[in-house]
Design a protein. Structure first.
Length: 453
């Protein structure tokens, strides 16, 4: 250890760690030393005490708490919290065409800013330290991210109906903000989906991604209906469309993938190491989709699957903690096998696999020397988490996001003992409430896009 004071010292906690085979393990009575935004060491509290204690600018006594890598929301539309609960109990087509896309035609940069502020507050309180966002007016979201201290992987979404300007704007955003906010912002090109973006635009996006070293984040094979329609119209599945247009040769994050079928697996396997999938099961249940993301089949071919919430307009929540529990339960049901997905497997998806999905597998997703200090402290003393027979199961199936006490990103404390330090929620809620009547007005009859898969 260095003789100079550490920036942050966390002592007395139990730490979730990964062994050399990436298996989940726990070290009790541990200490985490943070310096210059990085984890310098994960050691024992006894070792720290043996040298007379370690000087630190900030010390957190975390006795009775569990330290985890910060959770990662691998696919969301953060500003859509402003539409939470607006379009309920509707089939997908009506949800888009009758409510969401008409309302989104009203969006202003101020609406996006307020939505992003509220979303970041919600995620920080739920232990999310990084999110992958795919939306509009993303300059505004980037500014909110820089201000509030969270980490984000951002892409400016576009449709082919916008003409070449949509794709160009997505590229300009990605290049302008790559590495911003002291490196906390990474960027991607963000075509909406194969059913709203032409093959020509998808191919052009793939070329731009390879030319500029940018990843791509899009929706594809969201549900089985989209796959069936694509087969009828093009003779190809959405995944095969991505292959034909060159996107599977890029670093690609696919949102949802519940429509991935057996014929897609060999195609995806050839792209193993470049492609990841984000799963957000709560929304699939709400829409009544018959399938879920085929995690078992994807993992068998080396495709990492990260956890996500989607936007709060469809999911009502940005709670990745809930996504972790639902992923485990839905996978057990869909596979008809209680041995899959285990709690430890779910924690692996929530940590290292989610980090890989957003292209940050070398810097976040585990608590180890050299990793960014994205850390959450969880209180497991509540009656709903006691007694603890299996710590992994307690985390996945008993703990809740409200049990997160402290959220740290790059060594900076963003929430301490449930108090947000970088965002003023009451003022955001007040101002957003004043803007809602204009935002949700659909009397104009416009919509930004047509859902017709």
């Amino acid at each position: 250890m260095s003789d100079s004071p550490a920036d942050l010292l966390i002592t007395g906690c139990t730490v979730l760690v990964h062994d050399e085979q990436e298996r989940i393990d726990f070290e009790s009575d541990a200490a985490i030393v943070v310096r210059d935004g990085l984890i310098e060491s994960v050691t024992s509290a006894a070792d720290v005490a043996a040298v007379g204690g370690l000087a630190a600018v900030e010390h957190i006594d975390a006795r009775g708490q569990l330290a985890l890598p910060g959770l990662i929301n691998c696919h969301t539309h953060a500003p859509m919290v402003a539409l939470r609960g607006l379009a309920e109990d509707l089939p997908t087509e009506e949800w888009f065409n009758d409510v969401v896309w008409p309302v989104e035609s009203n969006l202003t940069e101020k609406d996006v800013e307020l939505g992003a502020r509220l979303a970041c507050a919600e995620m920080i309180r739920a232990g999310v330290t990084c999110f992958a966002d795919h939306y509009f007016s993303m300059d505004t979201v980037a500014a909110v991210v820089a201000e509030c201290g969270i980490r984000a992987h951002l892409g400016e979404a576009y449709f082919s109906s916008q003409g070449p300007q949509g794709r160009e704007k997505s590229l300009e955003f990605a290049l302008r903000h790559r590495g911003a906010a002291d490196g906390r912002i990474t960027t991607a090109l963000a075509p909406h989906a194969p059913y709203t973006v032409t093959d020509v635009d998808l191919a052009a996006t793939a070329e731009l991604a390879l030319e500029h070293g940018l990843p791509v984040h899009l929706h594809a094979a969201e549900n089985r209906d989209q796959t069936d329609t694509s087969l009828t119209r093009h003779g190809l599945t959405p995944i095969q469309v991505l292959d034909r247009t060159g996107l599977l040769a890029t670093d690609l994050l696919i949102a949802h993938g519940t429509g991935i079928i057996d014929r897609d697996l060999p195609v995806l396997e050839r792209a193993s190491g470049r492609v990841a999938v984000a799963t957000a099961p709560r929304g699939y249940l709400k829409f009544g989709w018959p399938d879920t993301t085929p995690i078992r089949a994807l993992r068998a071919i080396g495709i990492p699957v990260g956890l996500a919430t989607d936007g709060a307009a469809s999911n009502n929540s940005l709670d990745v903690w809930e996504s972790m529990a639902l992923t485990s339960l839905v996978q057990k049901s869909s596979e008809g096998d209680p041995r899959w997905l285990t709690s430890r497997q779910a924690l692996h998806h929530a940590t290292l696999q989610s980090a890989r999905a957003v292209g940050l597998g070398d810097s976040i997703g585990s608590l180890a020397p050299g990793r960014r200090a994205d850390i959450i402290l969880v209180d497991l003393t509540g009656p709903h988490t006691q007694p603890v027979h299996d710590l992994a199961a307690t985390l996945v199936h008993s703990a809740r996001s409200a049990d997160v006490r402290t959220t740290i990103v790059d060594g900076h404390v963003l929430m301490r003992d449930r108090e947000l330090l970088t965002l003023d929620v009451p003022s955001v809620v007040r101002e957003l409430g004043e803007r809602l009547p204009a935002l949700v007005d659909r009397s104009h009859g416009r919509r930004i896009q047509e859902y017709d898969t």
